[in-house]
Write a protein that binds this ligand. Structure first.
Ligand SMILES: Nc1ncnc2c1ncn2[C@@H]1O[C@@H]2COP(=O)(O)O[C@H]2[C@H]1O
Length: 441
């Protein structure tokens, strides 16, 4: 880890009122819709210029500030539809691309130096016609934190917030509605919050092969996919980038850097021409962050314990956490009924459930018993077939549930385990003359 580099103050003849005068002129000229964000970016730009000036004066190059940069691969853009890479390394030693920080670090981090905003080259990578104009991005000091505070750290407590409003046609609004309708992060918004989010979103047309986010860059936007596909790559310790996940319509990415004031944890590349809705950092933090981090924290420990999900990477479990809903049942309540159409998958958070099948003589036979961490309801979803068993609460029961779409999208990596286990059910069927029963683990 590089030792912290301290900037010596640069002598400047610019007075406070000159600075404010310049800013005032810029604001009149640019007429930004988000004045606060514009000011934050403006001062960051100034700060970067000042530091560059200092670098020139002291004959330091950026690599002197970020010594790891040269040790990492910088693959070259080929400009075609295949992904292009240009990775910059995360600059914080505490940062891990699996998951940047835990909550205590987050709190500490927030107390310590609040939000910071650097400009990023991301703005220049695709059409930003719908995004309020920003000062030119600075390539300086990538991924390194500056201490310009852009917005409150406790977003919900910020009363002075200036809302971002990007005018939209009804057609655009309805496209946003469709895009975020399947995304769990937008569930439970009240009407005002929903309107604020729709108003703040900016449409971005992205050409295939574009790096929308670059690992190590600074977070400015959270993205929801309207159409097209994206791949996510992580590069670690000079090794070749590894593809960790793909996104399609309704998917979202880019939340981590905004939540944790951390460098971008991964590179996201468009694998087809695509349309994104970009939500600025201030609006994301004010409206979506609290709920997202609360849900991830809530399910984190539990999902780690679920045997089925053990092989998943932490980030894959976080995506599942975003999509989960907890449901409660009283003793003897039926959760799924044999013969019904299945639309949900269940993991037991607490309590117990008993599984029954109708035997050849029409009687109910108990065929399985499930406890915390056990799962059921996957067969109907996997096979697009009616439920083959009834599951009943044995005492009070709490389940975390995933709908069919989320199940298909998020449990892809454990599909082989699910299928293997379902073959075990068939062995049970053949042995006992009953149809298959979901196995707990
Ligand atoms: N395994 C992963 N680790 C970290 N980020 C990931 C991972 N998989 C997907 N991502 C997404 O990639 C995004 C890169 O930008 P962010 O760090 O802001 O947010 C990140 C996540 O939304």
């Amino acid at each position: 880890m590089a030792s912290e580099f301290k900037f010596a103050p640069v002598e400047t003849s610019t007075s406070y009122s000159d600075i404010l005068g310049d800013l005032e002129r810029e604001i009149r000229r640019e007429r930004p819709s988000d004045v606060l964000q514009f000011c934050a970016n403006y001062f960051n730009g100034k700060l970067a210029e000042q530091r560059e000036e200092f670098l020139c004066q002291s004959n330091l190059g950026p690599s002197d500030l970020s010594p790891q940069a040269d040790q990492h691969p910088h693959a070259v853009s080929n400009g075609h539809s295949s992904p292009t890479f240009k990775f910059a390394p995360p600059s914080r030693s505490s940062f891990s691309s699996d998951y940047p920080m835990d909550q205590s670090e987050l709190d500490e981090d927030e107390d310590e130096d609040e939000d910071d905003l650097d400009h990023d080259e991301e703005h220049d990578k695709f059409s930003t016609a719908a995004i309020p104009s920003m000062p030119p991005p600075s390539a300086y000091n990538r991924g390194r934190r500056t201490s310009v505070s852009a917005e409150s750290i406790a977003p919900s407590q910020n009363q002075d917030y200036v809302k971002t409003v990007i005018p939209k046609s009804n057609a655009q609004k309805s496209r946003i509605q469709t895009s975020i309708g399947n995304n769990f992060l937008f569930k439970n918004l009240d009407e005002d919050q929903y309107n604020d989010v729709v108003n703040a979103m900016a449409e971005k047309q992205v050409a295939s092969g574009t790096n929308v986010i670059e690992q190590g860059g600074v977070g400015d936007y959270f993205y929801v996919v309207e159409s097209g596909t994206f791949d996510c790559f992580i590069s670690k310790d000079g090794e070749p980038p590894i593809k960790v996940i793909s996104y399609e319509a309704g998917g979202s990415f880019g939340e981590l850097a905004l939540m944790y004031n951390a460098p971008r944890a991964a590179t996201i590349v468009a694998t087809s021409n695509a349309v994104l809705w970009a939500l600025d950092r201030v609006t994301f933090r004010r409206i979506l962050m609290e709920n997202t981090s609360r849900k991830r924290r809530m399910y984190e420990a539990f999902l780690e314990e679920v045997p089925l999900l053990r092989s998943l990477k932490p980030y894959e479990r976080h995506k599942i956490a975003d999509a989960l809903e907890s449901v409660y049942y009283e003793d003897q309540n039926i959760i799924v009924r044999e013969g019904d159409v299945g639309d949900s998958f269940y993991i037991i958070e607490s309590g117990e459930a008993r599984v029954f099948r109708t035997g050849a003589d029409g009687s109910q036979q108990e065929v399985n018993y499930l406890m915390r961490g056990g799962y059921f309801g996957e067969l109907a979803l996997l096979n697009d077939a009616p439920r083959i068993a009834t599951v009943r609460a044995n005492g009070r029961l709490k389940c975390a549930t995933l709908g069919k779409k989320a199940f298909t999208r998020l449990l892809g990596p454990v599909l082989d385990i699910l299928q293997r286990n379902s073959e075990n059910y068939h062995a049970i069927i053949n042995q006992h003359g009953t149809s298959g029963i979901p196995q707990s683990n």
